[in-house]
Design a protein around this ligand. Structure first.
Ligand code: AMP
Length: 395
């Protein structure tokens, strides 16, 4: 069964075609700078062939149809025609409080995605446009929406409720939703497999550390708590986002003359590692290099990042009443032995013992103790998870 996965963003669309009978990808690519004169298609296939070319893409339909041409291309294509595609899985960021799993796309589901525009103004509108473009291009092929928020809907009320008046929370749909759910779910399933257990038999802490960072406590397959909130701004320190902050800081800034949009930009785009280091980059590799070169701002940025992460691991160890494994994923979690070591150094009291050589070698199991919690580094694969969910619903 061939499944196409679409991740439509505000100016770009990522696509991956999977062969689910073999659980492998056949071709993938990126459509960038859609609706500009510089629109471009970047494409690669499982045979290692790659190309990049300019396209005319004044709409999502035009962009996705350029991807379809590439998939069916006589030289670099991987399918004879589009009829080989039996389903399309769409990444959708926000499903609100109603959606707790992947859903086949119907008018009602589209309505739900629309109703969450306010909660994810940057993400849900392009996700929706990607769906409509595929409806137009593919007509009868069934489609599935896989929501970033869905996995977190298993969270108990005590974890998702903010301590504000209930009527206000209900009126404005203010509660913890959590994000990166597809990634947390994927690495939880993969991590449980590495442990030789079912996900329903283990307690896990999954840390997705990329440009955006979030951490989740998972109790036997159910989310017990997660660090991101109404939006992906809360929680850990990120590349350009501040994470946890006294809400009074927002009031203070507004009274000092910042508009709500100014504060939004400050906290989402100019804070985190970027704002702390002051070296012009929020990329962890640059932060580490600058810190090692003696830059005090970068050193502090690193310290704040690690401190916040340790604090959450400790909190979630308590929420779960002990845990079987801490799983690192995302660009930082998968690649940075340094960050993993810095975090785990201070988790000794929880029984965490890192194997220095395994950690440096980026192995999957990077702890050394036979008893006590394991530490894993598991590459995430949100596209594959979306393809699996799509295939599961359409079979
Ligand atoms: P992602 O958003 O998952 O692509 O992750 C991007 C983040 O991963 C950036 O902050 C990168 O600097 C970071 N990253 C990637 N490779 C490494 C590495 N080897 N060491 C430290 N950070 C890394």
């Amino acid at each position: 069964m061939k499944i196409l996965v679409i991740n439509a963003g505000s100016s770009s669309v990522k696509f991956t075609l999977f062969d689910m009978d073999k659980d492998v990808w056949l071709a993938k690519g990126m459509l960038e700078r859609i609706r500009t004169a510089g629109a471009v298609l970047k494409y690669s296939n499982h045979r290692g062939e790659k190309f990049e070319k300019s396209i005319v893409a004044n709409s999502y339909e035009a962009a996705i149809s350029a991807a379809c041409l590439a998939l069916c291309d006589a030289d670099h294509g991987v399918i004879a025609n589009l009829e080989e595609i039996k389903g399309i899985g769409h990444r959708v960021v926000h499903g609100g409080a109603e959606i707790s799993g992947a859903m086949q796309i119907t008018p009602a589901i589209k309505q739900t995605i629309l109703s969450c525009y306010e909660l994810a103004p940057l993400h849900n509108p392009p996700n929706y446009e990607g769906i409509e473009a595929c409806e137009y291009l593919f007509r009868d092929i069934p489609m599935v929406a896989v929501f970033d928020t869905a996995f977190h809907q298993t969270m108990p009320a005590a974890a998702y409720t903010y301590a504000i008046p209930a009527a206000v929370a209900a009126q404005y749909k203010i509660r913890r939703y959590g994000f990166h759910g597809t990634s947390h779910h994927y690495v939880a399933l993969a991590g449980a497999k590495v442990l030789g257990k079912e996900v329903t038999d283990v307690k896990l802490i999954t840390a997705h550390l990329g440009n955006g960072c979030s951490i989740t406590a998972i109790n036997k397959g159910q989310v017990a708590d997660t660090s991101m909130g109404v939006t992906p701004l809360e929680g850990l320190v990120m590349g350009t986002r501040c994470g946890d902050l006294d809400p009074a800081v927002v009031l203070f800034l507004c009274r000092a003359g910042y508009s709500p949009d100014d504060v939004d930009k400050l906290l989402n785009k100019s804070s985190g590692l970027l704002g702390l280091a002051g070296t012009g980059s929020g990329d962890m590799r640059d932060i580490i290099t600058a810190a090692d070169g003696g830059n005090a701002g970068a050193k502090l940025a690193l310290d704040v990042f690690v401190h916040r992460l340790q604090k959450y691991v400790g909190a979630y160890a308590t929420v779960l009443n002990g845990f079987d494994a801490l799983i690192f994923t995302g660009g930082i979690g998968e690649n940075s032995a340094r960050i993993r070591a810095l975090v785990c150094e201070k988790l000794y009291y929880l029984g965490v013992e890192m194997d220095v050589a395994r950690n440096r070698a980026n192995e999957v199991v990077i702890s050394r103790n036979a008893t006590g919690p394991k530490v894993l580094a598991v590459p995430t694969n949100e596209e594959l998870m979306i393809a699996r969910e799509t295939a599961r619903l359409l079979m």
